[in-house]
Ligand binder design. Structure first.
Ligand code: GAL
Length: 315
């Protein structure tokens, strides 16, 4: 009898060990596609995303570089699908590729969490409960940039000629973050009754070197007329700062400089008065939310279409 009991016990234990082993052998498999590794903000984002997925969910995470090429990224998505990942987290190269990506994923029944580059509303309605967008409302960041300028006593009219004469350095205009920041920074000023005058607007593709080049061109062309340089992100603002220094201008004394993201370097510059202000693009909040939503979706739970994370003014 004792022997039988021992045998039963051993069998139960063996079975539970097998059970545990199977559970352990199957960690959550996540495929992460980033539009381009060489982007300051998305580097912070993807690093935090991977770390959080591994630490919180014990996930097996593969992060790939889309090299700013949608064809390359679509190939990467196909490879992830062929490998059988449980869920995809996708920072599209082109927001308009969302419908094609959703179709591929849907055919394989793999849920998708889109991050950072917001697809259209129609595209977000294509596979209810299985696709989500996690991001920040770029209108808010634009408005905050405008508000930082408006909050000054001179409302941004540094040279006192009655208008805020500005330069706009745009990110990638295909991306709503660039469109909304460009529009809402200025809208905040005009809504408050401030007269504005656009001197220069060009795309800098979120890139520091391009930001420097464009700001240098604008400064050479318009010189002291410029009151404010708005940059759709901090990387371009860092470039613009170099151009401002080279042109012998002084931030906050005779020109204002605004960015978005709140990179560490820029937060320090705001504190030192080398930048007028920036807006925190919360990569920690966004990456954690994206990971949590991905984990839920991978379990087969229905997810919402949108999850929003707030921006925060830094001045
Ligand atoms: C924005 C961010 C930029 C750039 C871009 C990429 O939200 O402010 O710095 O990373 O996303 O899509």
């Amino acid at each position: 009898m004792k022997k039988l009991l021992a045998m039963v016990l051993a069998a139960v234990m063996a079975l539970s060990v097998v059970g545990m082993a199977t559970a352990e052998e199957k960690p959550l498999k996540v495929g992460v596609c980033i539009y381009r590794f060489d982007d300051d903000f998305m580097t912070l984002y993807r690093t935090e995303l991977q770390k959080y997925l591994e630490e919180t969910y014990g996930a097996e995470v593969t992060v790939v570089d889309g090299k700013n090429d949608q064809t390359e990224q679509t190939n990467q998505i196909n490879s992830f699908i062929a490998e059988g990942v449980d869920v995809l987290i996708v920072n599209l190269v082109q927001s308009t590729a969302a419908s094609a990506v959703t179709e591929l994923a849907k055919a394989a029944d793999i849920p998708v969490v889109y991050i950072n580059r917001e697809p259209s509303e129609t595209d977000m309605a294509a596979w209810e409960g299985k696709i989500a967008y996690v991001g920040a409302d770029a209108r808010q960041s634009g408005t905050m940039q405008g508000q930082i300028v408006y909050d000054r006593e001179d409302h941004g009219d540094l040279n006192g000629n009655g208008t805020v004469d500005y330069v706009m350095i745009v990110g990638d205009p295909e991306n709503v973050d660039a469109q909304y920041r460009t529009e809402y920074s200025i809208k905040c000023l005009t809504d408050n009754g401030v007269a504005v005058n656009k001197l220069f607007e060009q795309r800098g593709d979120w890139d520091r070197a391009k930001g420097q080049e464009l700001a240098a061109t604008a400064l050479a062309q318009f010189g002291d007329q410029i009151d404010v340089i708005f940059c759709n992100n901090d990387a371009m603002a860092l470039g613009a700062y170099q151009a401002i220094v080279s042109a012998g201008r002084k931030v906050n004394k005779d020109i204002l400089l605004l960015g978005v993201d709140a990179l560490d370097e820029c937060q320090e510059m705001v504190a030192n008065g080398e930048m007028t202000g920036t807006v925190l693009n919360d990569h920690i909040g966004q990456s954690h939310k994206a990971a949590d939503v991905a984990a839920e979706a991978a379990k087969g739970e229905a997810i919402d279409a949108y999850y929003w994370v707030d921006y925060q003014m830094i001045k």
